[in-house]
Structure formats: C-alpha cells, structure tokens
Design a protein around this ligand. Structure first.
Ligand code: COA
Length: 159
C-alpha cells in the first residue's frame, strides 16, 4: 500500500480519532471527545497518527507517567486496517520517543477481556504487572502491563 505516513495528530483530527475509538472499543471503554481534546492539546502528550491516502487509519496516545516512565494511553487501528503492521509501527514510534525522552519503562492498561490486545502487547515485550479492579467506566478490570526499555538510544527493531 502506498501513501502511508506517520505524523503528529492535531485538533483537526479529533473527529476521525473519536470515530475510530468508538468503532474499536465498546461504550464504557471508549473515550469521549473532551478526553481526546485534552490529549491533543496537552504538551506532555504525543498523539501520532498513521495516515493512509489522506485518512487516519490508526493512532497512538503516549504521555509521561512520571519522570522515568511513559504511558501508552491507547493504540487504535480501524478494523479494516488491522493486521497490516500499523499498530506495531505506532508502538515502535512511541517506544522510540520514550527512549529519546529518557524513560526507562513504559506502562499501559488494557481491559482483561481484550485478548487480542494482551497478546499484541505480550508479543512485543510487555508483561502483566497487576490487575486493576473496575478500572473502566463500565466496571471492567484492567491489566496493567509494563515493558523495560533499552538504556541507550538504539532500539532494536521488533517488526
Ligand atoms: C491491538 C491493535 C492496536 C493492533 O493493531 P494492528 O495494526 O492490528 O497490529 P499489527 O498489524 O501491527 O499486528 C497485529 C498482527 O498482525 C500481524 N501483521 C503485521 N503486519 C502484517 C501484515 N502486513 N499483514 C498481515 N498481518 C500482519 C502481526 O504479525 C501481528 O500478529 P502478532 O501479534 O501475532 O505478531 C488493534 O488490533 C486495535 O486497534 N484493536 C482495538 C483497540 C485496542 O484493543 N487497542 C489496544 C488496547 S489499548
């Protein structure tokens, strides 16, 4: 497929981001417009999108959790674009930014029933660190997952 770019997302992407999030997550797990608006304008947050022929196919939201820890808030790839490596490249991008920023690890939360995402993250070096009861608005528990990052600024490509 041609015309694929990774780029920083901005306010003009809010509608597309919201649409993808609501299409891949059930109500109660998906975020609302105000939350995405916050992430798009917050200087401590990076929102990176995969654009395919001018339209957003997926995005990642990555932010500082603490001085040494970054946090993946979410990775969303629209259903029709899943399984083509976009999620992996978005995660690689966040990990590259994390290493450059000086973070030593990345943390994230994913619903305990999101088997595909858990497998996706485990295959990419994340391990379950604890179960958080009632993490989501609908009462679903989350797995907190962590990955230790390389100490230098060279990331070994995983995909
Ligand atoms: C989880 C998610 C982000 C993964 O994104 P994705 O773009 O489908 O991920 P990738 O394509 O990089 O990898 C998925 C699989 O497709 C395979 N794949 C990668 N490139 C491929 C290609 N060109 N053709 C076919 N398959 C490919 C990968 O090997 C991978 O399989 P593996 O996990 O067994 O290694 C996506 O499924 C999604 O948005 N899910 C809904 C939202 C969600 O649950 N987000 C995560 C929770 S925060």
């Amino acid at each position: 497929m041609s015309d694929i770019v990774l780029r920083k997302a901005g306010l003009l992407d809010l509608e597309a981001i919201l649409e993808i999030d609501q299409s891949v997550f059930p109500e109660g797990i998906s975020y609302d417009a105000e939350t995405f608006l916050f992430y798009l304008i917050d200087p401590a947050t990076s929102v990176v999108a995969t654009e395919v022929q001018g339209s957003i196919a997926g995005f990642i939201i990555f932010r500082e959790q603490s001085a040494k820890t970054g946090c993946v808030v979410t990775i969303d790839v629209a259903k029709e674009f899943q399984g083509r490596g976009f999620g992996s490249s978005l995660l690689n991008e966040a990990e590259t930014v994390a290493v450059e920023t000086g973070f030593s690890s990345i943390i994230l939360q994913t619903a305990v029933n999101n088997i595909k995402a858990i497998h996706f993250y485990e295959k990419r070096g994340y391990t379950r660190s604890r179960r958080i009861k009632g993490y989501y608005f609908d009462g679903t528990d989350a797995w907190e997952m962590r990955k230790k990052l390389p100490a230098n600024d060279v990331l070994i490509g995983e995909n």
